[in-house]
Design a protein. Structure first.
Ligand code: UT7
Length: 347
């Protein structure tokens, strides 16, 4: 090691030892507002059965999906993300000037760059900074984790965390094995810093756990890119393999979140899993021995909206008056990468 570097390190260590212990509680990222946006066009299973060889019965039975919303040309990733973020700000009683950062989880950005997050930043009038995050269907959980880290490290005091997706633009509408499964939409939350005192005691993001395994990259991917004008790509999926990993990995990450916080499964008020398939959600609920009533399900009405699915589900539960301060909410997702992870939040 460079002698200077060693000296600098020791100096830092001594300075840290000399630092007085703060009596202030640790900073937490508290969920302050939730919002969402769904495209104008509702498409039922029967509608799809007129363009591809499928049926309402097959889709409902194999997935639990009844309908999805599909974006019109003006309903871009940025457009929907902005609407969802505005709704989250309204819900929090906050304004754009309160926000320090915008993190947008998406696999379907408007352009290769600039990041769609900065388009949203400009549309809202947010100062600070913004960036996109690519982790497919786990994107929102990853983005919550990044926002939590920014807040805990003091780099931001309020962060808009958004999932916005237009998968309709990357689906092969001739492939009945995939095109019936997805929908478009956006969801957003505002996370704000709190010192955990008073009414905020115990609230906030308690932990996040992130994983990826690139060796499984080929069981769910897009065979093109925004940067390839002649071939933006189509979603390709080995459904059975993804299904198997979804049940195992999401159950594992729920358990690791609980273990890290010294909690057992009965402590969960709401499990908000990534919304891909009712059979996956049921299998996870069964493995974890969770009451169905504690699992938020919206895939029947939105289908799989990838990174938007969890904030959309949160938004529905919130609008229905099911979320209350003090409740324990566990988010769990799995998506292309493979990526998976969880976030445990005390409301
Ligand atoms: O968001 C990221 C995570 N994604 C997921 O978690 C998705 C995980 N996977 C799944 O949800 C399920 O595997 C699917 C819903 C994709 C498929 O369900 P499955 O029970 O694994 O069906 P399958 O692919 O084995 O297909 C069964 C049959 C096949 O016919 P044969 O070969 O048995 O004659 C398919 O051709 O169903 C047929 N099929 C359809 N029939 C009517 C496939 N898609 C359709 C369709 N309509 N849309």
């Amino acid at each position: 090691m460079h002698p200077g570097a060693e000296t600098a390190g020791l100096t830092l260590l001594r300075a840290a030892e000399a630092m007085p212990r703060s009596s202030a509680a640790a900073v937490r990222a508290v969920l302050a507002g939730i919002g969402s946006y769904l495209p104008e066009t509702l498409v039922t299973n029967d509608d799809l059965s007129r363009t591809v060889e499928t049926s309402d019965a097959w889709i409902r039975e194999r997935t639990g999906i009844r309908q999805r919303y599909l974006a019109k040309p003006h309903e871009t990733c940025a457009f929907m993300a902005t609407r969802a973020a505005e709704a989250a700000l309204r819900d929090a009683g906050a304004s754009a000037s309160d926000v320090d950062a915008v993190i947008l989880a998406t696999a379907t950005p408007d352009q290769a760059f600039p990041a769609t997050a900065v388009r949203v930043q400009a549309a809202l009038g947010v100062r600070g900074f913004g960036f996109d995050l690519s982790a497919a269907c786990s994107g929102f959980v990853y983005a919550v984790s990044m926002a939590d880290a920014l807040i805990k490290s003091g780099q931001a005091r309020a962060v808009l965390v958004i999932g916005s997706e237009v998968y309709s633009r990357i689906l092969n509408w001739q492939d009945r094995g995939t095109c019936v499964l997805f929908g478009d939409g956006a969801g957003a939350v505002l996370l704000r810093a709190s010192d955990g005192s008073g009414a905020d005691a115990g609230r906030g993001v308690l932990s996040t756990h992130l994983h990826s395994d690139g060796a499984l990259g080929d069981i769910l991917y897009v065979d093109g890119a925004v940067g390839q004008p002649d071939h933006p790509g189509h979603l390709i999926m080995n459904g059975k393999e993804v299904f198997r990993h979804a049940v195992t990995r999401m159950s594992e990450t729920v358990d690791e979140a609980l273990a890290a916080n010294g909690l057992d499964r009965t402590a969960i008020d709401w499990l908000v899993p990534h919304q891909a398939n009712m059979r996956i959600v049921d299998a996870i609920g069964k493995r974890l021995n969770l009451d169905d009533k504690k699992v938020v399900v919206t895939l029947d009405r939105h289908a799989n909206t990838s990174a938007a699915s969890i904030p959309l589900a949160l938004s529905v539960a919130h609008a229905e008056g099911r979320l209350h301060q003090g409740q324990l909410v566990l988010l769990a997702a799995l998506g292309g990468g493979l990526t998976w992870g969880s976030a445990l939040i005390r409301l």
